[in-house]
Design a binder for this molecule. Sequence first.
Ligand SMILES: [Zn+2]
Length: 113
Amino acid sequence: MSDRSDSRRTCVGCRQTERPGVLLRMVIRPTAVADGTDAGAVDIATVVPDPRRRLPGRGAWIHPDPGCLQTAERRRAIGRALRVRPGAQLDTELVHAYLTDQVREDREQVDTS
Ligand SMILES: [Zn+2]
């Protein structure tokens, strides 16, 4: 109605649709290839969390939930959603760290209150 109901995003993990505010946006940060020849070099696509939704490029959306991240990785859904070149390695370390921090903060807030 007053809300734009068509602006929904799909979690790449559990595939539920949500409003964008619920989901965490992720984008690929292009990694500079080590200098020298790139012959035989493996492309590494670093996935970075984009909670402010400001980073350019194609985004993938996921619940801020480590379970959804694991599911998405198992399905290789992140690479597909972000159009990562086949054969490139996906580095989701930063997203894992981000979600772990979120979980820890939640727990601390619960502890203090
Ligand atoms: Zn999900």
